[in-house]
Design a protein around this ligand. Structure first.
Ligand code: OOB
Length: 550
């Protein structure tokens, strides 16, 4: 595995260790430190179960050995596609204890995503919920098995319907003579080093060649510590995970792992719908939660009429896509809590406005980096640094921003400079006080309510349609979700195509539903750039003119 992960240069790795950023301790080993410190405190709750820190550690260890019995070995990986439930947290920690890297898939992903990513990482297992929202994830998992490693297994959280699947509940049961202390020792002995892969995150806008980010124990643990400090999480923190837990934001910024590291309580809720979220806030006295702008807008609309008591909520953290200053300013009046803006990415860099920020900073900026070792550089199209305060593409490096994607040398040549800077594809300016303001982007993706959709992926798929001569996918601004996908197509002579047909085709190809175009514009000619690529700027103008006429 090691050679597939681009390492930090040796001198920097040494410096990060010397500075105490990287401690050489696995994330799994930390679990027992937390459990020893406060065994009886509630660590995780959902609407079916509450687990203390000690129960969580015992269950995670049991499952870690269960994964071993299923044939998963140190250094293997497993696709994890679970909704926000207590089991998600147990599975995550079991993987970290077993040195099996979880690949953080999302519940809407289908064959296309699970297959491509599972093949890319050579996954040894798929961990799914069985039935979830009327969809059979167990059947989905079995369909993708042929693309995964030899003898890969399906593990079902719930009641499996096929004999070949393993049942998560069975692996959580104590075996005769179950001895937590001995098991803990057995697992401690095989604990990974800091440099090994802890989790695989998916990059926003996964392309045909999946962009998978290997986060090491050292780098992720450091990221989590810095996020906890920047957000002042502590033992009194009650964090509600309402966004899909596999995203870097709710997973570790500070999210689930940061709350546990701080000794607080994590509350898992299966949907970001206002009714579910408000009920959980009231029931658990939630103090902080995270949302993308599209979700916080729904909460704000619903809050006026709610009968639930939201008074425990101190902050809502908002990030993942553009938040307008106007919406930002309405959060406190609508929800009765403060706003913390977050600008971050699965690739590493995380910025926050701090809890004690002035209203102006909290509403107008996306905050400052969490580590003094984060390097930020704003450059123009030629890669030349712009003058202070100027707008340009943000490049970044640092102790928790890996130097390349996993097994993707060609993609890396594009996405990273030769001296290791990650090209975020975001247009930003940095204020005199050091706060980042996101102004736009140069990368070709569509940000639909925080879910990133690669234009290239949609174009490649739609090009398979026999009716389509040429296609471009562009973002259409939307007041609720920020952006929606619009497919602009030139058809072969005498052919026709409807939006319904486009969407049905993508469903049949096993593509996550959130990626399907919500607008279709048929044109006689696509505008091109001088090098012959579809001219996205002109296309966006054309689409907004066409749709506003309609
Ligand atoms: C988060 O992570 P990803 O990997 O899904 O997406 C990263 C991209 C950024 O490059 C940027 O284009 C966009 O999402 N983004 C924002 C933003 N935060 C992220 N665009 C405008 N304003 C913001 N505040 O989205 C993510 C990961 C960790 C924490 C928070 C968000």
């Amino acid at each position: 595995m090691a050679s597939d992960v681009v390492p930090w240069p040796a001198d920097l790795a040494h410096a990060y260790r010397a500075a105490g950023c990287w401690r050489g301790e696995s994330l799994g080993a930390q679990l027992w430190r937390w459990a020893d410190d406060h065994p009886d405190r509630v660590a995780v709750a959902d609407d079916t179960r509450r687990l203390t820190y000690r129960e969580l550690a015992v269950l995670a260890d049991r499952l870690a050995e269960g994964l071993d019995r299923l044939g998963l070995r140190r250094g293997d990986s497993a696709l994890v596609q679970l909704p926000n439930t207590w089991e998600f947290v147990v599975v995550l920690l079991a993987c970290l204890r077993a040195d099996v890297a979880p690949v953080m898939m999302l519940p809407p992903h289908r064959e296309s995503e699970l297959g491509a990513i599972g093949a890319h990482v050579d996954a040894r297992a798929v961990i799914v919920p069985g039935m979830w929202r009327s969809y059979d994830h167990e059947a989905l998992a079995h369909r993708v098995l042929p693309r995964l490693a030899d003898k890969a297994r399906v593990l079902v959280c719930g009641e499996p319907r096929r004999e070949a699947s393993a049942r998560l509940g069975d692996l959580l049961e104590p075996a005769p003579g179950d001895d937590a202390a001995q098991r803990r020792e057995r697992l401690d002995v095989r604990a990974p080093t800091g440099a090994e892969v802890a989790v695989f995150l998916l990059s926003g806008g996964t392309t045909a060649v999946p962009k998978v980010i290997a986060r090491t124990h050292d780098d992720y643990a450091y990221n989590i510590r810095c996020a906890v400090a920047a957000c002042a999480f502590d033992a009194r923190t009650v964090y509600l995970a309402a966004l899909p837990a596999g995203h870097n934001f709710p997973l570790a910024n500070p999210g689930i792992l940061g709350t546990l590291a701080a000794g607080g309580r994590v509350v898992m809720v299966g949907s970001p719908r206002p009714d579910a979220v408000f009920a959980a806030i009231e029931a658990e006295r939630v103090t902080v939660t995270a949302a993308v702008p599209a979700v916080v807008l729904r909460w704000m609309d619903a809050a006026a009429a709610t009968r639930h008591d939201l008074s425990s909520l101190r902050y809502v953290q908002v990030g993942g896509s553009m938040l307008s200053p106007d919406v930002a300013a309405r959060i406190r009046p609508a929800l009765g809590c403060g706003l913390q803006q977050v600008y971050g990415m699965a690739e590493g860099l995380i910025c926050y406005t701090r809890p004690d920020a002035t209203d102006e900073v909290a509403t107008m900026t996306q905050g400052a980096p969490i580590s003094a070792y984060d390097e930020l550089l704003v450059v123009d199209r030629d890669g030349t640094p712009v003058p202070p305060g100027g707008i340009g593409e943000l490049l970044t490096r640092g102790p928790y921003t890996p130097r390349g994607y996993y097994r993707a040398p060609q993609q890396n040549a594009e996405s990273f400079t030769t001296d290791g800077w990650y090209r975020t594809g975001d247009l930003v300016r940095i204020t005199a006080a050091g706060h980042v303001v996101v102004c736009g982007r140069v990368k070709d993706l569509i940000n639909r309510g925080g879910e990133k959709i690669s234009a290239g992926e949609i174009e490649q798929l739609l090009q398979e349609l026999p009716e389509v001569a040429e296609v471009a996918a562009v973002a259409v601004p939307d007041p609720m979700v920020g952006e929606r996908v619009c497919a602009v197509v030139r058809l072969h002579p005498e052919r026709s195509l409807t939006l319904t047909a486009v969407r049905a085709f993508l469903t049949a190809r096993g593509v996550a539903a959130f990626k399907a175009p919500e607008h279709l514009v048929v044109v006689d000619q696509l505008p091109h750039t001088p090098v012959g690529k579809p001219d996205k700027a002109r296309l966006r103008a054309l689409v907004s003119a066409t749709l506003s006429d309609a």
